[in-house]
Write a protein that binds this ligand. Structure first.
Ligand code: BTN
Length: 236
């Protein structure tokens, strides 16, 4: 990967989209601070100096339905890099990297990922995966319910962290069959009682598995439901 670094940028995903439009591939946009960070579902993402805010532009030979595996791959890579930094990082389905609080499924959020893509159903043109990691940031500069590497384990060498993250992502994208098994090992969601807000309506039940494409299997009172996209909340 080649890296384009910014001290400050609106959103690394926006800059990555410009580069993707110009035909770039395997380019990483990295910033110390974002002034217009974007989260999933049109939310804002708080991205003060000291974080690891990055977006990876790729042009993989995959169908759109496989793109979620790229998101899972970067969440596995993020969780691994955070674990190497001494944080008890786990993954909340589909791709938030969180730190457990207690034993009942409660957690604080360390990282989220914004994935964007363009192309045809059977063949994407580009995929951008944009993880944001609260790294060397005080918790009081972050939204409620969030934590940082500084808070959990002390400051991390961000250059090394990004290097490890990209190495791990590169391994997984070249071996997509290994992504879900690796994800399972880090999952905090499996075995939890969950509420999932899906486009087709809300469901409640126990999260029992993920499919090979990364969809969540929930055991509800009305039987098993497989959810490929949605917002998931752990219940107690
Ligand atoms: C979420 O959990 O809602 C996803 C948050 C994604 C934030 C990252 S920071 C790097 C990249 N650039 C953005 O504008 N957003 C993502």
């Amino acid at each position: 990967f080649s890296v384009e670094y910014h001290d400050s940028v609106g959103s690394t995903n926006d800059r990555a989209r410009e580069l993707a439009g110009e035909g770039a591939t395997d380019v990483v946009v990295l910033a110390d601070e974002q002034t217009g960070g974007r989260g999933r579902l049109e939310r804002e993402w708080t991205a003060p100096p000291g974080g690891v805010w990055l977006s990876v532009v790729t042009r993989p030979d995959i169908a759109a339905a496989q793109a979620p595996l790229y998101t899972l791959a970067i969440s596995v890579a993020t969780a691994r890099a955070a674990r190497e930094a001494g944080v008890d990082a786990r993954i909340k389905w589909p791709n938030d990297v969180v730190v457990p609080v207690g034993d009942d499924g409660d957690y604080r959020k360390l990282s989220g990922i914004l994935t964007e893509m363009e192309g045809e159903t059977d063949r994407v043109e580009w995929v951008i995966v944009g993880p944001g990691i609260n790294a060397n940031i005080d918790a009081d500069a972050l939204p409620e319910g969030a934590t940082s590497i500084r808070e959990e384990a002390g400051d991390v060498d961000r250059r090394r962290f990004v290097q490890r993250l990209l190495e791990s992502f590169d391994d997984h994208r070249n071996d997509l069959e290994r992504v879900v098994p690796a994800w399972r090992e880090l999952a905090l969601t499996l075995g939890q009682r969950v509420r999932v807000d899906r486009p087709a309506g809300e469901i409640v039940g126990e999260a029992v598995d993920v499919t090979e494409s990364g969809a969540l299997v929930v055991e509800t009172d009305d039987g098993r439901v497989t959810v490929s996209a949605g917002d998931c909340e752990h219940l107690r």
